[in-house]
Design a protein around this ligand. Structure first.
Ligand code: BV8
Ligand code: ZN
Length: 231
C-alpha cells in the first residue's frame, strides 16, 4: 500500500506537511465534485499544474524496489493511493489505483474515459466524441472509490500474509483502514515512513527513513532469503 511519500524522492510534492500540495489550498476547494461544479477552470488549473510538474518526474529507487518485489512474491498486489502513474513507469504491473490516475480524464456527459499521458490540456478540455466537459480521472473527496479497484484491494488485503504500508499519512479513508483490515485477519503490518502516523501503533514493525533507501535494502534481503532460505 503506497502513498505520496513513495513519489516524494521523484520530486512529486506530497499532499500534507511542509510544502505539500494542499499547502495554502483547502482540498475542498480543488479536489471535490462541488469545487469542479463551482469552478471547473480553477480545478483544471490545479490539475494541469500537477500534470506539468509530473512530466519532469521519473520513478525513484523506491518505485523500482516495489516493482522488483512483484517478482519476489508469488502472490503480490500493489495498492496505491497515488495518481501519478510512476509505479507503472517503474515496471509494476499488478497495480490497484484506489484514487484513479491524473493522466486520464472522464467525460462528464458520456462518461467515456480517455488516456492523456503527457498531453497538455486546456482549462476547459472537451470530449472529442460528444463535446462534453472532461474531468480529471481521479477520485475526489466525497466520491466513492472505483468499485473494481476497491474490491480488488479488499480481496488482496483480506488474503495477504503481510502488508507493507509505505509513504502515507494514513488519514484518507477507506485507504487508511486497509492495514487494519489486514491485521484483523493476522497479517504482519510493516510501515515505512519518515515519521510516526496514526497507523504506527498498530504496525508490527515501523521502519523510519526514506522509502527510496529502505525498500532497496528490503528487496536485497528478501531476494537473498529466497535464494538461500537458511539466511
Ligand atoms: C469515500 C485524488 C465514501 C485526487 C485523493 C467527512 C466528510 C466527507 C468525507 C469524509 C469525512 N470524513 C472522512 C471522509 C472520507 C474522506 C476522507 O478520508 N477524508 C479525510 C481527509 C478525513 N474520504 C473520501 O471522501 C473518499 N471517498 O470515502 O467515499 C464516502 C462518500 C461520501 C461521504 C463520505 C464517504 C475519497 C478519498 C480520495 C480523495 N482523493 N486524491 C488528487 O490527488 O488530487 S486523496 C489524496 O490523499 C491522494 O490520493 C493521496 O494519495 C491521499 C493520501 O495522502 P498520502 O498519500 O498519505 O500523502 P500525504 O502527503 O498525506 O502523506 C505523505 C506521507 O509520506 C507522510 O506520512 C510523510 O511522512 C511520508 N513521506 C514523505 N516523504 C517520504 C515519506 N515516507 C517515506 N519516504 C519518503 N521519502
Ligand atoms: Zn463525451
Amino acid at each position: 500500500m503506497t502513498g505520496a511519500g513513495v513519489s516524494a524522492e521523484s520530486g512529486v510534492p506530497t499532499f500534507r506537511g511542509q510544502g505539500g500540495l494542499w499547502q495554502g489550498r483547502r482540498a475542498e476547494d480543488v479536489a471535490t465534485p462541488q469545487a469542479f461544479q463551482r469552478d471547473p477552470e480553477g480545478v483544471w488549473e490545479f490539475y494541469n499544474y500537477r500534470r506539468e510538474k509530473l512530466l519532469a518526474c521519473k520513478p525513484n529507487a523506491g518505485h523500482a524496489a516495489i516493482a522488483a518485489l512483484e517478482a519476489v512474491f508469488d502472490d503480490w498486489t500493489l495498492i496505491t493511493q497515488n495518481v501519478d502513474g510512476l509505479h507503472r513507469q517503474a515496471g509494476s504491473r499488478n497495480i490497484v489505483e484506489l484514487h484513479g490516475n491524473i493522466w486520464t480524464t472522464r467525460c462528464t456527459a458520456c462518461c467515456q474515459e480517455f488516456d492523456h499521458f503527457g498531453d497538455k490540456l486546456s482549462r476547459r478540455p472537451t470530449c472529442n466524441d460528444c463535446g462534453g466537459l472532461l474531468r480529471p480521472g481521479v477520485v475526489w473527496f466525497g466520491e466513492m472509490l472505483p468499485p473494481d479497484a476497491l474490491a480488488a484491494a479488499q480481496d488482496a488485503v483480506g488474503r495477504c500474509q503481510a502488508i507493507l504500508v509505505v509513504g502515507t499519512s494514513s488519514v484518507v479513508e477507506p485507504a487508511a483502514s486497509m492495514a487494519g483490515w489486514a491485521r484483523a485477519h493476522g497479517a504482519l503490518v510493516v510501515e515505512i515512513n519518515l515519521e510516526r502516523t496514526p497507523l504506527s501503533e498498530q504496525a508490527d514493525e515501523c521502519l523510519f527513513g526514506k522509502a527510496g533507501e529502505i525498500l532497496p535494502r528490503l528487496v536485497s534481503a528478501l531476494k537473498a532469503r529466497k535464494s538461500d532460505p537458511s539466511q
